[in-house]
Design a binder for this molecule. Sequence first.
Ligand code: FES
Length: 147
Amino acid sequence: MVTHYPTKRSALVPTLLYAQDEVGYLSDEVIAELANRLGLTELEVRNVISYYSMLTTKPRGKFNVQVCTNIACMLRGGEELLHHCSKKLGIGHKGTTPDGLFSLEEVECIGGCSWAPAVQVNYDFHENLTNEKMDKVLDEYKKRGTQ
Ligand code: FES
């Protein structure tokens, strides 16, 4: 990864994303390792992590459900959808289910405005959602996560 960029530091964000996918979150050990490999201080790494909402230093569920409530989604039921997900999963914003399967987040625009309301689960998009469609989406992930 480092050889793809003119400076080592430029590899930080993509490297953090890879590490997070591998480990599940950015642990103290991951931060120390990346800081060492990229010639940065741990504080510099933590500063970058704190800037990007998709990076986390806390463990998340296997499926991270991000519900957009920004303007286009809000106008098409995004807030109600978030409330529905919260009720169905029994967790609030930034919460994780006790079985570690799901975490839930309210997020800003994820670029699916034309198909609002939109939800992103890990790297997959789900659009034009209703509560009923969202139930099917969550049930499908649950099935996948418990197989
Ligand atoms: S406003 Fe929700 S995806 Fe853009």
